[in-house]
Design a protein around this ligand. Structure first.
Ligand code: SAH
Length: 219
């Protein structure tokens, strides 16, 4: 088995093992196919290529990480993306999650606060041939009002509270996954659903550890 196949079976095992919390024992076939297709090695930092298919986060510079593949898989699966959906990602980072989303949705809008990471992700995504992705540098906690409403929103950095702009920009019958909690500790991955009448429901999916969502002010 090569490293990529081993990673996919590791993700499948972790899905089964966490099913009692996540409610999902297996990935949808579309999500599994996207994970099999996208080359994570094209999105990791130079020198990390050999670790690209290990099931762990990796440093991408600027104190940020490319998310763990299992977490990418789970968060993506929870969004239940359909081919015509417009999805907002907050925290482009390496662009790996962005590429997975582009395999599954009609349009992906992604916001990154660190300009160097945004530029790196843009180059990596262009290099892999993605052209349905719109990237922007700025504070993703404010969402992207000009592109709203979104059928799905994914936030890949943890905030103490759910940014209200994101709740507003989530479309009717839309879904959002977001880690919520203090920096680097005791965070919960939440799945939020907006009903047909605009009512919101949420459930805790799993304990997680994400880098913090900043407010657009970087040192
Ligand atoms: N999905 C990315 C995750 C990167 S880590 C990947 O797998 O590569 C989270 C990212 O969120 C970091 O790149 C960080 O710079 C970014 N981020 C933090 N606060 C942000 C904000 N307010 N707006 C946009 N991006 C933000």
């Amino acid at each position: 088995m090569d490293a990529r196949e081993a990673l996919l079976s590791e993700i499948a095992r972790e899905m089964r093992e966490t099913a009692r919390w996540t409610g999902r024992a297996t990935l949808s076939p579309r999500v599994a196919a996207a994970l099999a297709k996208v080359r994570r090695a094209a999105f990791v930092a130079p020198g990390s290529e050999r670790a690209a298919y290990e099931n762990r986060p990796l440093p991408i510079g600027h104190h940020q990480t490319i998310s763990q593949p299992f977490v990418v898989a789970l968060m993506t699966d929870l969004l239940d993306l359909r081919p015509g959906d417009t999805v907002l990602e907050v925290g482009t980072g390496s662009g790996y999650q962005t590429a997975i989303l582009a395999e599954l949705a009609g349009k992906v809008c992604s916001i990154e606060v660190i300009p160097e990471l945004a530029a790196g992700a843009a180059a990596a995504l262009a290099g892999q041939g993605y052209d349905t992705i719109e990237l922007r540098t700025g504070d993703g906690g404010l969402g992207w009002p000009e592109r709203a409403p979104f059928e799905a929103i994914i936030v890949t950095a943890a905030a103490p509270d759910i940014p209200s702009a994101l709740l507003e920009q989530l479309g009717l019958e839309g879904r959002m996954v977001i880690p919520v909690g203090p920096p680097h500790a005791d965070q919960e991955l939440l799945l939020i659903a907006k009903g047909a009448s605009g009512s919101l429901t949420q459930r805790v999916v799993l304990p997680v550890a994400f880098v913090p969502l900043t407010h657009g002010v970087r040192d």
